[in-house]
Ligand binder design. Structure first.
Ligand code: KIV
Length: 280
């Protein structure tokens, strides 16, 4: 039986229901694994700039890079909703540019929805994109694209004043038409409070258990990115270790000629080889 494709109303209806599982995916094989695991949302995060492309942060990621990876993820997914990040600079210069780039993410990338960072300040942009018929997921708290302005990769909303701003941000995004909001790196009690203040699902990352869903970066989850591991990451596997062992064994076997064996080689008729040898 074909797995049922998850829709935006399905996600909205999970408010206060079974928590929503979200996992990043950046290419076809990982998208297939995420989908086969029954994850609800495959997020083509611009974190791909760091964990796949080797940039120091997410700021350099371009629309073309996001489109390239989104297309690959969409080809690997049958069930999950595919949400693609709008990269820095693709939605903050003007509303027409934001609509144009969000449209490209659906029309060319074939994503189901886009995600963008920012609260009250981005509400007008969100509203315009939603009015153009494109579902938007918000993202507040620690917003990596503007982490420099926030003083680095730091927990947000720790004072009552900063927390109040995050509540305003969440409400503005809900009013602008977001179907859900990512809450990144904020204290757990605040995330739970925000979750109770909005009627759309919240998806936490470093925001405690009181959200309507959770998201992690897949390279962090499986131990494939070792430059920096935030406190909120739970490493469920360390797959870089068996990969390193396989590579070391391959190198040794190439060097000592134990790979390839007959089992990995092709044959030809000996008379054909004899004919060839008579020629040379
Ligand atoms: O880019 C990303 O992967 C994200 C998640 C961490 C929420 O925005």
């Amino acid at each position: 039986m074909q797995p049922k494709k998850i829709t935006i109303p399905d996600i909205r209806n999970r408010k206060n229901g079974t928590p929503i599982s979200v996992m990043t995916a950046y290419d076809y094989p990982w998208a297939r694994m995420v989908d086969a695991a029954g994850i609800d949302i495959a997020l083509v995060g611009d974190s791909l700039g760091m964990v796949v492309l080797g940039y120091p942060d997410t700021v350099s990621v371009t629309m073309e890079e996001m489109l390239h990876h989104t297309k690959a993820v969409v080809r690997g997914v049958e069930h999950a909703l595919v949400v693609a990040d709008l990269p820095f600079g693709s939605y903050n210069s003007s509303i027409p540019a934001a609509i144009n780039n969000a449209t490209r993410m659906l029309k060319e990338g074939r994503a189901d929805a886009v995600k963008l960072e920012g609260g009250v300040a981005m509400a007008g942009v969100v509203e315009a994109i939603v009015r153009a018929g494109i579902p938007v997921q918000g993202h507040i708290g620690l917003t990596p694209q503007t982490a420099t302005s926030l003083g680095g990769f730091k927990v947000q909303g720790k004072s009552a004043k900063a927390a109040q701003q995050l509540i305003e941000d969440a409400k503005a995004l809900e009013a602008a038409g977001c179907f859900s909001i990512v809450l990144e790196a904020i204290p757990a009690p605040l995330a739970e409070h925000i979750t109770g203040q909005v009627a759309i699902p919240t998806i936490g990352i470093g925001a405690g258990p009181g959200c309507d869903g959770q998201v992690l970066v897949i390279h962090d989850l499986v131990g494939l990115y070792d430059h920096f591991t935030p406190k909120f990451v739970k490493q469920y596997a360390r797959i870089s270790e068996p990969i390193a062992a396989a590579l070391a064994q391959y190198k040794a076997e190439v060097e000592n000629r134990t790979f390839p064996t007959e089992a990995h080689s092709f044959t030809m008729k000996s008379e054909e080889m004899d004919k060839l040898l008579r020629l040379y």
